[in-house]
Design a protein around this ligand. Structure first.
Ligand code: FES
Length: 111
Protein backbone atom coordinates (compact mmCIF):
# COMPACT_ATOMS: atom_id res chain seq x y z
CA UNK A 1 0.00 0.00 0.00
CA UNK A 2 1.46 3.35 -1.01
CA UNK A 3 1.72 6.06 1.58
CA UNK A 4 -0.50 8.99 0.78
CA UNK A 5 0.81 12.50 1.11
CA UNK A 6 -1.71 14.00 3.48
CA UNK A 7 -0.08 17.35 4.09
CA UNK A 8 1.72 19.83 1.91
CA UNK A 9 2.72 23.42 2.35
CA UNK A 10 0.66 25.99 0.46
CA UNK A 11 2.77 27.77 -2.17
CA UNK A 12 1.84 31.12 -0.65
CA UNK A 13 3.16 29.98 2.74
CA UNK A 14 6.29 28.35 1.45
CA UNK A 15 9.52 29.86 2.70
CA UNK A 16 12.97 29.23 1.34
CA UNK A 17 14.38 29.30 4.86
CA UNK A 18 14.86 25.92 6.45
CA UNK A 19 16.36 24.48 9.61
CA UNK A 20 17.85 21.08 10.33
CA UNK A 21 16.30 19.00 13.10
CA UNK A 22 16.58 15.35 14.02
CA UNK A 23 13.59 13.06 14.42
CA UNK A 24 14.34 9.73 16.07
CA UNK A 25 18.00 10.33 15.21
CA UNK A 26 17.27 10.89 11.50
CA UNK A 27 18.09 14.31 10.01
CA UNK A 28 15.20 16.32 8.61
CA UNK A 29 15.23 19.63 6.76
CA UNK A 30 12.06 21.51 7.65
CA UNK A 31 10.60 24.97 7.02
CA UNK A 32 11.89 27.59 9.43
CA UNK A 33 9.18 29.14 11.55
CA UNK A 34 6.85 26.16 11.44
CA UNK A 35 5.64 24.28 14.48
CA UNK A 36 7.30 20.97 15.22
CA UNK A 37 3.98 19.23 14.53
CA UNK A 38 3.54 20.89 11.12
CA UNK A 39 7.16 20.21 10.20
CA UNK A 40 6.86 16.52 11.06
CA UNK A 41 3.55 16.15 9.23
CA UNK A 42 5.09 17.81 6.15
CA UNK A 43 7.95 15.31 6.40
CA UNK A 44 5.44 12.43 6.36
CA UNK A 45 5.67 11.45 10.02
CA UNK A 46 2.48 9.63 11.03
CA UNK A 47 3.34 8.41 14.54
CA UNK A 48 4.10 11.06 17.13
CA UNK A 49 3.43 8.98 20.22
CA UNK A 50 2.02 5.66 21.31
CA UNK A 51 -1.17 5.44 23.30
CA UNK A 52 -0.38 4.79 26.98
CA UNK A 53 -3.24 2.26 27.03
CA UNK A 54 -3.05 0.34 23.77
CA UNK A 55 0.26 1.47 22.27
CA UNK A 56 -1.64 2.56 19.15
CA UNK A 57 -0.25 5.33 16.99
CA UNK A 58 -1.31 8.87 17.77
CA UNK A 59 -0.73 12.06 15.76
CA UNK A 60 -1.77 15.71 15.93
CA UNK A 61 -5.46 16.47 15.72
CA UNK A 62 -6.29 20.02 16.77
CA UNK A 63 -2.96 21.80 16.04
CA UNK A 64 -3.81 24.39 18.68
CA UNK A 65 -2.85 22.94 22.05
CA UNK A 66 -6.15 21.34 23.05
CA UNK A 67 -6.05 17.59 22.29
CA UNK A 68 -2.57 16.53 23.48
CA UNK A 69 -2.35 13.97 20.65
CA UNK A 70 0.89 15.54 19.42
CA UNK A 71 3.06 14.83 22.46
CA UNK A 72 6.71 14.16 21.67
CA UNK A 73 10.06 14.36 23.42
CA UNK A 74 12.00 17.50 22.49
CA UNK A 75 15.64 17.82 23.51
CA UNK A 76 15.09 15.22 26.22
CA UNK A 77 11.97 16.81 27.68
CA UNK A 78 8.99 14.40 27.53
CA UNK A 79 5.34 15.25 26.88
CA UNK A 80 5.87 18.42 24.87
CA UNK A 81 2.93 19.56 22.73
CA UNK A 82 4.64 19.70 19.34
CA UNK A 83 1.95 21.94 17.85
CA UNK A 84 2.95 24.72 20.26
CA UNK A 85 6.72 24.68 19.71
CA UNK A 86 8.53 26.32 16.81
CA UNK A 87 11.33 24.35 15.17
CA UNK A 88 14.86 25.58 15.70
CA UNK A 89 18.23 24.57 14.33
CA UNK A 90 19.62 21.42 15.93
CA UNK A 91 16.45 20.46 17.79
CA UNK A 92 16.17 16.77 18.65
CA UNK A 93 12.65 15.32 18.52
CA UNK A 94 11.70 11.78 19.45
CA UNK A 95 8.53 9.73 19.34
CA UNK A 96 7.04 9.30 22.80
CA UNK A 97 6.22 5.63 23.06
CA UNK A 98 5.19 5.43 26.69
CA UNK A 99 3.69 7.51 29.44
CA UNK A 100 6.37 9.55 31.19
CA UNK A 101 7.47 8.25 34.54
CA UNK A 102 7.93 10.36 37.62
CA UNK A 103 11.37 9.97 39.13
CA UNK A 104 11.21 8.81 42.73
CA UNK A 105 13.37 11.76 43.78
CA UNK A 106 10.73 14.17 42.45
CA UNK A 107 7.93 12.70 44.62
CA UNK A 108 7.62 14.17 48.08
CA UNK A 109 5.73 11.53 50.08
CA UNK A 110 6.03 13.54 53.30
CA UNK A 111 3.88 16.38 51.99
S1 FES B 1 -2.33 18.76 18.06
FE1 FES B 1 -3.74 18.99 19.67
S2 FES B 1 -2.55 19.67 21.35
FE2 FES B 1 -1.15 19.55 19.71
Amino acid sequence: MATEILFRQLPSAASAATVQIRFNDQPLTVPAGSSVAAALLLAGVQRFRGSAVSGGSRAPYCMMGVCFECLVEIDGEPSVQSCLVTVREGMSVRTQDHAPTVAAAEVDHAA
